[in-house]
Ligand binder design. Structure first.
Ligand SMILES: *Cc1c(COP(=O)(O)O)cnc(C)c1O
Length: 402
């Protein structure tokens, strides 16, 4: 049996394989340079072109590009009219921003549990958490796997709730032939460097509802408009504008948007490579009974951002921390996505505690995120599989010897 790197053996990979990384080529670099040499660093044609490319990819009629994915979620909640006293149902297995956006508006996030197989928010748990105060649902496409939107749509229609899809992980994913971005009432994206396409910092909100589209744009741009349809006074001079609501400066710059336009041209390529890597991992990990991967009924439609494994640490006789440290020692740059949001100290202080969402906690206690990005070669992906297999075999042979 090979010695584990954590016990002094040779690491499976000679270089560190990070869990996520941007893919920037020369045309991306040139696009940014061209912007810097041009007339507009912000509020220019690149931002419009970037929004157009997102409209084209998602089929959404209205897209506003913003400063980051968190700003996108904030303006979506503002456009949904979330205010103090309102409750919004949120998935707990996500980045904190999916719940923070509700708090920014003074609302109360209510966490529904996840499905133990798809790791997405479970519509049955949503139903248990509905009250007269519920105003919206923020559903995350965890890892890029589309959330059960038909059930959520039904719940929202019955109750008059706003369906916000946090698709920070899911640019490029489709469901029944419709692209993510055209499914929920509003869909938010993030273009942080680890996400499928990047602008450095950046985000967007997509909708097919013209009223929501106007409100999103308004809130992202100080609440200020020059749109005659929205303004109260119509026949003022060309300088005139009105501030209608308390908005924010959440604009993206043209420098970032230029990179975004170039990255969106490569979305198809990125999606194909991510699908290949996921198919390879699924095939390999299906042979290891002590690990479970995220279930997805239609992997051919899914552009994954994260690849997480749930380890049966009880059967393996080790802790998740041991597996995490052992994989890191093998030079596999693993991570954990995510700590249930309500177990972060800020949310604990609001009254949340262990026990609120048992499936989410069970998932969190056993999960490890493996590398998934377009910079991984086939050999790198094989190293990831070999490292997992090596550790599992060691555990089988040394049960309880950690
Ligand atoms: C990355 C992420 C965000 C926040 O996006 P930023 O661009 O980093 O602000 C929100 N929700 C989820 C699920 C994310 O993964």
């Amino acid at each position: 049996m090979e010695e584990l790197a954590i016990n002094g053996g040779t690491p499976v990979s000679s270089k560190v394989l990070g869990y996520g990384h941007q893919d920037i080529n020369e045309s991306d670099v040139q696009a940014v340079v061209d912007c810097l040499r041009g007339d507009y660093l912000t509020c220019g044609p690149a931002t419009e072109a970037f929004e157009d490319s997102i409209k084209e990819a998602t089929g959404a009629g209205y897209v506003t590009a913003v400063a980051n994915g968190t700003a996108a979620l904030h303006v979506a909640c503002l456009a949904a009219g979330i205010k103090p006293g309102d409750e919004v149902i949120v998935s707990p297995i996500t980045f904190a921003a999916s719940a923070n956006c509700v708090r920014y508006c003074g609302g109360t996030p209510v966490f529904a549990d996840i499905d133990p197989k798809t790791w997405n928010i479970d519509p049955a748990s949503i139903c248990e958490k509905l009250t007269d105060k519920t105003k919206a649902i923020v559903a995350v496409d965890f890892g890029g796997v589309h959330v059960d939107s038909s059930e959520i749509r039904k719940i929202c229609d019955e109750r008059g709730l706003t369906f916000i899809e946090d698709a920070a992980h899911a640019m490029g994913t489709c469901h029944n032939g419709t692209a993510v971005g055209s499914i929920a009432d509003m869909t938010t994206f993030s273009f942080h460097p680890v996400k499928t396409i990047t602008t450095g910092e950046g985000g967007a909100v997509a909708t097919n509802d013209p009223e929501l589209g106007k409100m999103i744009e308004l809130y992202a741009k100080h609440g200020i408009t020059r749109d005659h349809e929205l303004m109260r006074e119509k026949d003022q001079g060309g300088w005139y504008y009105e501030q209608l609501v308390l908005g924010y400066n959440y604009r993206i710059s043209d420098i970032e948007a230029s990179l975004g336009v170039s990255q969106m041209r490569r979305l198809g390529q990125f999606g194909d490579r991510r699908k290949q890597l996921v198919a390879f991992y699924n095939e390999q990990f299906a042979k290891i009974p002590e690990v479970q991967f995220q279930q997805d009924a239609t992997p051919e439609d899914t552009v994954r951002h994260l690849y997480c494994l749930k380890f049966d640490t009880e059967a393996l006789g080790v802790t998740r921390r041991f597996i995490f440290d052992a994989l890191r020692a093998e030079n596999i740059g693993v991570n954990v996505h995510y700590l249930p949001v309500y177990l972060l100290p800020y949310y604990k202080d609001l009254g949340h505690a262990r026990g609120d969402c048992p499936n989410a906690e069970d998932y969190y206690d056993h999960c490890v995120t493996l590398p998934l990005h377009c910079g991984l070669t086939d050999e790198d992906a094989q190293c990831v599989v070999d490292a997992v297999a090596k550790i599992v075999e060691w555990c089988r042979a040394n049960r309880g010897a950690e």
